[in-house]
Design a protein around this ligand. Structure first.
Ligand SMILES: Nc1ncnc2c1ncn2[C@@H]1O[C@H](COP(=O)(O)OP(=O)(O)OP(=O)(O)O)[C@@H](O)[C@H]1O
Ligand SMILES: [Mg+2]
Length: 260
């Protein structure tokens, strides 16, 4: 197994109290990892540490076997692309221009985009099925389409790792499946490692190779969905009682909250 993201004894605080506590883990290259945990458990904070937006006060992070501190900003952006929670695009850019922004890490100072960049953008837009939207304004498309635009932008960075923070919140069930299917396809066909936070435990179960369950900034467990999604883990971490159901042996477990 090759570790594409390695975290070693990471602790992080915004001010006084530690928000992330002694986090150590390895993310296998080419795997699909979901990060679960209650509101405020540190999921977004962990993702921001992994993309160097926040710096741990203890511990270290290796990206593609290199210390994150030693990787320059543009070089890191060629390895890791991020779709942040509720990303806002302020101006009335066209969908095409928003996706092209992902090429920034590959352009030299004052250099403008060339033929190759246009081709990469076109491919990313076609693989996320938004090519037809290219002339529309980013502010005139639906939430699901917008999420696909942001993923397309991330893809033009030609990343090894795609980090996503709550990519399916605010989407209806059809778009939720569409976005996660897309992530899974990129994972399988292009060997892009996917690391995503999710609130939907059943979606995480369905799509992930591994689940990281966070509890108050600590790792409760990181393993396959079958091992992490136990009644006890869910009750201890979320404080609700659930039934675990499997429709057949090949299917991932799904949870249903018990009646009170
Ligand atoms: N910029 C900040 N300054 C100070 N504290 C913060 C900041 N951002 C988050 N926190 C605190 O850090 C903790 C973890 O927040 P984080 O956003 O990582 O949680 P999360 O698991 O992503 O939650 P959610 O599911 O609501 O998105 C919370 O207690 C939060 O209040
Ligand atoms: Mg969050």
């Amino acid at each position: 197994m090759k570790s594409i993201v390695g975290i070693n004894k990471l602790s992080f605080k915004y001010d006084k109290a530690d928000i992330l506590k002694h986090i150590s883990l390895d993310v296998e290259q080419g795997s699909f990892l979901s990060i679960l945990g209650p509101n405020g458990s540190g999921k977004t904070t962990l993702l921001k540490n992994v993309c160097n937006l926040l710096k741990p006060h203890n511990g270290s992070i290796l990206i593609d076997e290199k210390d994150i501190e030693k990787i320059k900003y543009k070089e890191l952006a060629q390895i890791i692309a991020v779709v942040h929670q509720g990303t806002d695009v302020q101006f009335d850019f066209s969908v095409f221009d928003v996706v092209m922004m992902g090429r920034f890490p590959y352009l030299k100072r004052f250099q403008s985009e060339g033929k190759e960049d246009v081709e990469i953008v076109e491919n990313a837009m076609k693989s996320t099925s938004i090519w037809e939207l290219r002339e529309k304004s980013i502010n005139e498309i639906s939430g699901g389409e917008r999420q696909r635009v942001l993923i397309a932008r991330a893809l033009t960075q030609q990343p090894k790792v795609l980090l996503l923070d709550e990519p399916i919140s605010h989407l209806d069930i059809k778009y939720q499946i569409e976005i996660l299917d897309l992530c899974k396809r990129l994972n399988k066909e292009q060997n892009i490692t996917v690391i995503t936070t999710l609130h939907d435990i059943n979606m995480a179960s369905r799509y992930s190779d591994y689940i990281l369950l966070l509890e108050e900034g600590r790792i409760r467990e990181m393993d396959t969905p079958e091992k992490v999604l136990t009644e006890k883990n869910i009750e201890d971490v979320y404080g609700i009682k659930v039934d675990l159901i499997k429709r057949n042996d090949n299917e991932r477990p799904i949870i249903i909250p018990k009646n009170m």
